[in-house]
Design a protein around this ligand. Sequence first.
Ligand code: HMG
Length: 423
Amino acid sequence: AAGAAPIGIDDIELSTTHHVVALDDFAEANGTDPAKFHLGLGQDEFSFPAPDEDIVTMAAAAVAPIIERSGTEGIRTMLFATESGTDQSKAAGMAVHSLLGLPSQMRIVEVKEACYSATAALQAAVGIVTRAPEHRVLVIASDVARYELDTPGEPTQGAGAVAMLVSANPKLLEIEPVSGLNSADVDDFWRPNDSSTAIVDGALSVTAYLDALTGAWTDLQDQGGPSIDEIDRVLYHQPFTKMAKKAQVHLAGLTGAQLDTEIVAGAGAEAGAAGAAGDSAGAGAASVAPEASAGPRDTGLATSTLYNRRLGNSYTASLYAGLCALLDNDADLTGKRIGLFSYGSGSVGEFFTARVVPGYDQYTRRQAVTAALEARVPLSIDAYRALHSTELPSAEDVSTPKVTAGPFRFAGIRGRARIYERA
Ligand code: HMG
């Protein structure tokens, strides 16, 4: 039977790739105004994998510090959420399990529904721990966002992984039981089995996202969930951070609440600080408006975009990278309620809430994430385009070049199976 102990996120880690592409370089190469990316999309850079990196190497890098900190006791389930699967049959989590030497007494599966599935995995994890409060569940979200070259989606590419440990009496976030849900069959974005890049109807995807927000928010209210006035911070799936602004404006319209709509920290910065946007994000310096000031209420919108502006879209991981940014950079979240809107094309939306546990701020990742973002090796646009076009043949035995400075690498293909190793 369900005990009274709260259940939620006990630990969380973010990892990304070896390479980065600067959207300033991208703009110059394409003859585009860089403000289109910094202000129009709210993006400064995107992470790009080296040939020996993929969802498994990023996932293992995110899980490793969690296991180092808290061991494996009680971890009997790993749920791996991704839409960049490397195999139609075998779960990517098997390779993570083996790279980290995790115990055999585990169930491991992969879950899929575009960017949404990490939230389904998180809710399933809460359910498992509700039944067996001594168990802990690893939830992994790892993705590489790839669009075809020279398409509108290209500057919104990115890559990253977030790993979360779900347990009873969590140290960071207690997930509340009420969720607002919305599913609708829509072809706004998908990736057919024979394609390494996504197909997207950009305009439709934006309206489908906002429709899902309406549906999920309405259901949250119908289910007796908290009103907008009872929610202190709001996080959104961020395919590009300007989308979070669009969502916030939409939610303000739905609720009549006055909410912050600036995605660059500091009032008015969005109107004139294209060049500075990357720098302020790089320093991780969120200057959040005081809670009591007149006008729109600070819900952490700008703070939540600090990492994603530099990662690009990380699909399943994106909402949780926003969570990391908020936890690491908000002035004080103690006891605050966060609303989280998860969206996956195709489409599913879920709006749920969580309470921040006192003492959460002892566990900041700010230094480590900033260092990882800074350590990425820039790719020239020519090098990036060449790498983008390189498809690794899965029919032959091949070795991948050693490039990544990360802790794990994809070594190549042998007998059509993917091989991973510690770097
Ligand atoms: P686009 O061609 O860049 O669109 O495509 P645009 O020309 O309308 O420009 C975008 C914005 O930049 C506009 O502002 C322009 O005004 C502004 P908005 O009207 O949106 O407020 N702009 C400028 N601003 C300042 N200075 C300038 C300037 N020039 C223009 N000089 C699109 C945009 C989103 C369609 C494209 O990037 C795309 O296709 N992206 C991929 C799809 C996507 O991310 N959709 C989001 C919702 S779906 C989702 O979130 C799910 C997803 O994550 C996948 C999953 O679930 O697995 C994608």
